[in-house]
Design a protein around this ligand. Structure first.
Ligand code: DAH
Length: 337
């Protein structure tokens, strides 16, 4: 029995240095340490050893078991440690992309327009989104029965025109003229609201930039010159424009500026309602009634005003063919601009 123990010890001593993986270790355990293993098998045979030999054999067996288990455990720790130190990464996986944010196309348009007008000497003014009927309509020379005051166009907050969501940025003109003395040259960007159905061309909530120039002897020619200079800077020298007579209660005479349709290049499509042209702004010479209402003498001063729809300008700038795309916030659309 002692011989068998010794040869098993020798066998184990040879096996141990060959254990390199957890698989090898498991095989070692199965061979020697499980119930039916070689080492445990020797313990089973201890009962057949004579009484006087038992203490010696038992001691040797216990020593062998201690040795084997200690070696086994230290190898196990070593292998587990080295498994942990292998970095837990899969180099074949695709990398993670970093997404960079950008300014919304509408904000880009506002900032681009503000930059151009500022370079032409305009300052920037702002007014409240919640207006009253006086600034939104009366002071702008809207007659009391004008259809634009109808519930269909305006979101009223309180009845009797006391409070409403401004339907245009023109009320800011009134606030500026009442608080500043001419000469006045400013633009007024902001959000406006209309009780309108939403489609490819219009929204119920959108943005405008209002422009105002008041001084002595301001002429319509200056208005045209300013707007054409702006339009060429914004859209390039090749774009085509036309002025068309129009009507607004707060300007006289009034006009609208059209730009050739970016989509069909003037042939006619759903965006331009088959006309080949897209309206980009309303403008005109400030009505004498409006000047007087704001305390500016119409015999001494004259001026022009204009108002752009910013979403419309953004469509023209980006080539998008549906205004709703701007507010659906689909990242695949927005990240293109
Ligand atoms: N407020 C007008 C609108 O919302 C646009 C406009 C037209 C503004 C003529 C002006 C202007 O300042 O002179 O349709």
């Amino acid at each position: 029995m002692i011989n068998e123990i010794n040869s098993l010890r020798a066998e184990i001593a040879v096996k141990l240095p060959g254990i390199k993986t957890s698989n090898d270790l498991e095989n070692f355990r199965l061979e020697y340490l499980v119930k039916k293993g070689k080492l445990t098998g020797l313990f089973d045979r201890l009962k057949d050893v004579s009484k006087e030999d038992k203490p010696v054999v038992g001691k040797e067996l216990n020593l062998l078991r201690q040795f084997t288990e200690t070696e086994f455990n230290s190898l196990k720790d070593k292998l587990e440690d080295s498994a942990e130190s292998v970095p837990d990464i899969d180099l074949t996986l695709p990398g993670r992309r970093n997404f960079t944010g950008s300014k919304h196309p509408v904000l880009q348009t506002i900032q681009g327009m503000v930059d151009i007008f500022q370079s032409m000497g305009f300052t920037v003014a702002e007014g409240p989104d919640i207006e009253d009927g006086y600034h939104n309509f009366d002071a702008l020379n809207f007659p009391p029965d004008h259809p634009a005051r109808d519930m269909q166009d305006t979101f009223f907050i309180k009845s009797d025109s006391e409070l409403l969501l401004r339907t245009h940025t023109s009320p800011v003109q009134i606030r500026v003229m009442k608080s500043q003395k001419p000469p006045i040259r400013c633009i007024m960007p902001g959000r406006v609201y209309r009780n309108e159905s939403i489609n490819a061309r219009s929204l119920a909530e959108f943005h405008q930039i209002e422009g105002l120039y008041i001084n002595k002897k301001v002429t319509f020619a200056e208005l045209k010159g300013t707007l054409m200079t702006f339009a060429k800077k914004m859209y390039g020298d090749d774009s085509k424009f036309r002025f068309r007579p129009s009507f607004f209660p707060f300007t006289e005479p009034s006009a609208e500026l059209d730009m050739s349709c970016f989509l069909c290049k003037g042939k006619g499509c759903r965006i331009c309602k088959q006309s080949g042209w897209l309206e980009i702004l309303g403008c005109g010479m400030v009505h004498p009634n409006v000047l007087s209402e704001c305390g500016i003498d119409p015999d001494e001063y004259s001026g022009y005003a204009f108002g752009f729809g910013i979403e419309r300008v953004t469509l023209l700038r980006t080539g998008m063919d549906d205004i709703r795309l701007l507010y659906e916030n689909d990242i695949r659309v927005l990240e293109q601009f």
